[in-house]
Design a protein around this ligand. Sequence first.
Ligand code: FAD
Length: 390
Amino acid sequence: MDFELNETQLAVVDGINKICADFPDSYWLEKDNKHEFPHDFAQAVCDGGYFGIMMPEEYGGAGLGYTEAALMMQAIAESGACMAGCTSIHVNIFMPGAIRKHASPEQKERWISRLMTLQDRAAFCVTEPGAGIDTTHITTRAEWNAERQRYLISGQKVWISVAQQANKIMVLARTTPLEKTSRPADGLSLFYTDLDRDYVDVQLIDKMGRHAVDSNAVFFDGLPVRKEDLIGEEGRGLEYLFSSLNAERILAAAECVGMGRAALRRASDYARERVVFDRPIGKNQAIQHPLAANWCQLEAANLMMLKAAWLYDNGKSCGVEANAAKWLAAEAGFDACQQAIMTHGGMGYAKEYHVERYLRELQILRIGPIPPPLMLSFIAERQLGMPKSY
Ligand SMILES: Cc1cc2nc3c(=O)[nH]c(=O)nc-3n(C[C@H](O)[C@H](O)[C@H](O)COP(=O)(O)OP(=O)(O)OC[C@H]3O[C@@H](n4cnc5c(N)ncnc54)[C@H](O)[C@@H]3O)c2cc1C
């Protein structure tokens, strides 16, 4: 068993760390305060060639695996960029997973290099207010209009990241009504198309954190979509999405560990420097022990994340491990951020010490892309043999 990162993996982390060094905590605090999208950061990562980390070499990508991609996102989160940094580039890098696996060669030719070079910026539109995590019950529909030779998409999505910036969307919509399918998961189709604001209204959601990257309610009113923009076969969209869910959980786990480590680094620095009762607060075991426990939890979660990534990259089943990694990492990261605030005392509540921002951003990955009860239900069912509970 080899726990060392290989040369390529070390080079990815090193290269990303060098880029992130130009975007310190003060940059992210300012972006958060001003609600400004971090365009220069996204451009720097793109210019470094990292948008193609997992794209096939024939399309100009590096052809690496999810292990390398997860290490890259972890390094970004760990730099203090947190979810603002990660989600400013997420969709362009990872959404093509569905494109890479299920799009036609003509579509790949049309789409991949524009995403990798940031000529296109994409938003990922799945969640709906009426369906929640039960994606089979989405009601956004795409109806084929024979006269116009277009699908017309109508409906509503919610919580869609970067839709203020995007000119492209990947959208899941019903092409066959639920009552006419033999299984609820059938009859949903996946499209990658232009975000034409004549037919799509994007409304900003005021939220708790990650103010640098917008979240939106998105309303579709007959968006016309060419057949050429349907990914794979009509009716199999959910199957295509589900095929990348484990990868999404692995990335989320890596990012949670990164944010937790950033919080722990700040907490340990503060504990060494802050003197109260004539001694550094870090000399007290009541300060040391919770932080040491945070470290243990984060590193254990990281090992599970790396195991899940290794299984995924080697074509092995990894559903249980990917869910376990995401659950462990989100809880460990949250605990570390919370403990970092407590270690700072009153200063933990001040924005200039950054740990409150880390906590606000980590909370996103406790909620999504899948919340804790559903991951635990999955593990109970698949690993422990209990009946399906949802
Ligand atoms: C900042 C942010 C960015 C996001 N970006 C995107 C994006 O770009 N694109 C996109 O499509 N979505 C996005 N999302 C949506 C996110 O993926 C969802 O919020 C998440 O999947 C949870 O769905 P929901 O909010 O509808 O919760 P609901 O489904 O309404 O669930 C509410 C609560 O009930 C619990 N629950 C539900 N069913 C059960 C059950 N059977 N047993 C126990 N508990 C249950 C859930 O765990 C949850 O805690 C984003 C969300 C946030 C907050």
